[in-house]
Design a protein around this ligand. Structure first.
Ligand code: NAI
Ligand code: MG
Length: 496
């Protein structure tokens, strides 16, 4: 660990925005929270309070839902598909024009290195809006040849669902906005967005671009607040037609139970404990780099993090020591320090949760094969850590840690590797490193996960469907497939 003085100075606009007053966005206007209460937003690099945002409650959510309903029935509906597409595209342009500002906001708020926010979070956000903008004009139904006597004309229409409640987490604050909003808007829905309480800033800044992009008021509303109050109110609201959620499996299950009362539609993208299999025939340099990136990217705070490593016995020691060396050599520091390869975790709570898992692992008999050094300065740092001597019943092996902690376990052959990899309640991602084409295919077919990576990790692209098997989710994001989750299909039968 090194600390340098070469911190990047934030843009003046960013300083002013962070330190300015923050408001909800309801019906195109800035609004105070009904309660007058505010939530503290912390700087993860220091633990100090950065700013405050409104603590929205059920009254605010209700106002936002009403505005979204009016926009859905009115101006948003009346636009042509191509006008809607142009507005979404213009929004992408505006985000791109403000790339540095958004990257700095997410780096400051979340703690991720600025270089990552610049290279990954913001460009991907722009791509997702652009990709989805093209679909406004491509929603189409089919015609059907009924097996009935007489003349018939039967066809289907794709219609928007209505008002979408979008609840997002803190690990990719701005990108998550695009993941939920781009398909919802492209399909003609309107939205109430509830950002994560830890990282509301880029979503609020995003809200300021909507009018300039051309969105009629109320098409996108933003209510900051806690999950327990604002999030739960959105889920319970009778005039919300669908909830789209990314976050923990436990809250996802709560949402699934809550929507059972009125059966609103729901998409859930939740946790993972993804298995990465390294075969002895792999290019080990590629595999070691890849396995380290799979777990340490975004400090392990990624739903697809390759958290469980399985290595063919003959190369186990070599691979583990290679990854341990990477962990040991990593520079941890504040997001705005260009030498930081890893920043702090997002919150004190997340830091304590991850440290708790490390303690439990050590108590259960797991051993640290290699660990970096975490600055001890009030920031929410956790050292990147590789654990061995792990058994499958340990909590470090069964539960999502969501931090820079890798477990490594040996396997004997392909079947053993697949069996160990699939022995989990999650199914978001999995993958392997191998140079054997047959192994690559066999493993890809056998792994029970929605996203498979071969000789790579974490590939995320708006063109390819993304989502989970098992307890990792319901539904898919991205690609053509996501539109199925933001539209209703209506079959129309006409007797001629
Ligand atoms: P969380 O699931 O509590 O929070 C995610 C979002 O849901 C936030 O906007 C939050 O305000 C909202 N929320 C919380 N409780 C709610 C409720 N009862 N009703 C409606 N909305 C609610 O996740 P949290 O507490 O931030 O992190 C806990 C763990 O969740 C992490 O350690 C990680 O394992 C997992 N997680 C997974 C993510 C993923 O990308 N799949 C992202 C964030 C967390
Ligand atoms: Mg929570």
């Amino acid at each position: 660990m090194t600390t340098t003085q070469s911190r990047i100075e934030p843009l003046t606009e960013v300083d002013q925005f962070v330190n300015g007053e923050h408001f909800l966005l309801i019906d195109g206007k800035k609004a105070e929270a009904n309660s007058g209460k505010r939530l503290d937003v912390f700087d993860p690099a220091t633990g100090r309070i950065l700013t405050h945002v409104p603590d929205g409650d059920a009254v605010d959510v209700d106002r936002a839902v009403q505005a979204a309903r009016r926009a859905f029935e009115g101006p948003w509906r009346r636009l042509t598909a191509s006008e809607r597409g142009r507005i979404i595209w213009r929004l992408a342009d505006l985000i791109e024009q403000n790339l540095e500002e958004f990257a700095q906001l997410d780096a400051i708020d979340n703690g991720k290195p600025l270089t990552i926010a610049r290279m990954v979070d913001v460009p991907l956000t722009v791509d997702v809006f652009r990709y989805m903008a093209g679909y406004t004009t491509k929603l189409e139904g089919s015609t059907y040849n009924l097996n009935l006597p007489g003349d018939w004309h039967s066809f289907s229409r794709k219609e928007p669902i209505g008002v979408i409640g979008a609840i997002i987490p803190w690990n990719f604050p701005l990108f998550m906005v695009s993941v939920k909003l781009a398909p919802a808007l492209a399909a003609g829905n309107t939205v109430v967005l509830k950002p994560a309480e830890q990282t509301p800033l880029s979503a609020l800044r995003f809200g300021e671009l909507l009018e300039e992009a051309g969105f009629p008021p109320g098409v996108v509303n933003i209510v900051t607040g806690s999950g327990e109050i604002a999030g739960a109110a959105l889920v319970a609201h009778p005039d919300v037609d669908k909830i789209t959620f990314t976050g923990s499996t436990s809250v996802g299950k709560q949402i699934a139970r809550a929507v059972a009362t009125d059966l609103k539609k729901v998409s859930l993208e939740m946790g993972g404990k993804s298995a990465n299999l390294v075969f002895a025939d792999a290019d080990l340099d590629v595999a070691i780099q890849g396995a380290a990136q799979a777990i340490f990217f975004n400090h392990g705070q990624a739903c697809v993090a390759g958290a469980r490593l399985f290595v063919e016995s003959s190369v186990f020691d070599e691979v583990v020591s290679g990854i341990s060396a990477i962990a040991t050599g990593m520079t941890l520091g504040p997001a705005l320090d260009p030498s930081s390869e890893m920043g702090p975790l997002v919150s004190k709570e997340q830091q304590q949760r991850v440290l708790g898992y490390l303690e439990a692992g050590s108590h259960d008999g797991a051993r640290v094969a290699g660990a970096g050094a975490a600055p001890d300065n009030g920031g929410y740092y956790v050292a990147p850590t590789v654990l061995v001597d792990v058994r499958n019943e340990m909590s470090v092996q069964r539960e999502e840690i969501f931090g820079p902690v890798l477990t490594a376990v040996p396997f004997t052959d392909v079947d053993d590797a697949i069996a160990q990899a699939n022995d989990t309640s999650y199914g978001l991602a999995a993958g392997c490193f191998t140079t054997n084409l047959s192994t690559a295919h066999k493993v890809s077919n056998a792994l029970q996960a929605g996203n498979i990576y071969v000789n790579c990790w974490g590939v995320t692209d708006p063109s390819a469907p993304f989502g989970g098997y098992k307890q990792s989710g319901w539904g898919r994001e991205f690609g053509r497939e996501v539109l199925e989750y933001y539209t209703e299909t209506k079959a129309v039968h006409m007797k001629l």
